[in-house]
Ligand binder design. Structure first.
Ligand SMILES: [Zn+2]
Length: 90
């Protein structure tokens, strides 16, 4: 059984990562943007994920295949392995 504190933190991360996409696309409302910004400052893991998304978006904006959804999914999965500190082989 996880401590309640960890569960609360995890839920905050889930909410933040859901909002992250629209936040990085500049589509989040002010309240959401402020919440995501605050969370990224206190959560290294989500900050790392945000950095990965930003890098992916930079690459895609320079690439002709920017609409290649499979490539985007692969890059996101790769980003998640980077953001996962417990991943095997680390
Ligand atoms: Zn987080």
């Amino acid at each position: 059984m996880m401590p309640l504190d960890s569960v609360t933190r995890m839920l905050r991360c889930v909410r933040a990562s859901r909002a992250l996409q629209s936040y990085l696309d500049g589509e989040a409302d002010d309240l959401t943007a402020a919440q995501v910004t605050a969370h990224l400052e206190e959560c290294r893991r989500c900050a790392l994920e945000a950095g990965t998304y930003r890098a992916i978006k930079r690459v895609l904006s320079r690439t002709a295949g920017a609409s290649d959804q499979l490539a985007v999914r692969r890059l996101r999965a790769f980003g998640r392995t980077l953001a996962e500190p417990d991943s095997p082989g680390a």
